[in-house]
Design a protein around this ligand. Sequence first.
Ligand code: DGY
Length: 324
Amino acid sequence: MDNERLKVVLTRRWPEAVERELEQIFDVSLRQEDGPMSRDELSQALKEADILCPTVTDRIEGDMLRDPQVRVRLIANFGVGFNHIDVAAAAERNISVTNTPGVLTQATAEIAMTLILTCARRTGEGERLVRSGKWQGWHPTHMLSTQVSGKVLGIVGMGRIGIALARMAHHGFGMQILYFGRSEVAPEVAAELGAARVSLEALLGQSDFVSLHCPATPETHHLLNADNLACMQPHAFLINTARGDVINEADLADALAGGGIAGAGLDVYESEPTVHHALYECPQAVLLPHMGSGTLQTREAMGRCALHNMQALLAGQALPNKVV
Ligand code: DGY
């Protein structure tokens, strides 16, 4: 294939080192301003590029892909989750879609662990108190919090990230691991982690911390809702670094306000960057701006992973991370 003619559009800026690597191989179009592309700009890019590299902030819908003028042959997503792309429509049009699995496992598990610790140990509140200048000094009953070590962690979705979190929690904090997932983990992994597979209801009822690591699919939409949030223990915390719409945010805000659960640590939201207004009012909610994969090392690795997929297209080889 003549690479001179392969045009690549990045919808957002990538770490500079990877942009330079890309430019050595492809005719790359970079945005000058790093804001999200509008729907019209995305549709135009699909008509002008051979390869489009979107992110979680770009909705690539079926009607955009079905336009007869679409030129794109590969959508090389910068990210592992691809629920923002209509993959069925891409398949209809013979457009390949790839993602970047594996490279963001540790970084995302770290943010899940951070949220567990931040919620339980009230470190966000503590930092804000010191910064406010109102801290009155140490005393025995000040800002009492919940110990994490030795508690039960329930993991929903025991894929790469779920297992990485389980390792940190079990080996680092002596936590007992329960999980709910489509399939059983390998016996040696279950043995290493002492992990037991249970139903969702059992997991919610028995865990001190519940952490979500499943993809956003029609089956997982609002998987956590008023009915099953009610199964959680009042002292338990819910952590979400997966996708916002796995939780019904209005139901979560009600559960927090009513004391049904002790707190929530969220990195992802149903309508990013909008956060359900009631969550802002919940002091027991720790809210992060979708930063799970946000280390420089990981974002560079995500870019290189996308680049490998593009190079495979160029070389006429099987795409390493093809999801369609
Ligand atoms: C992912 O890779 O899916 C992260 O959420 C960032 O997009």
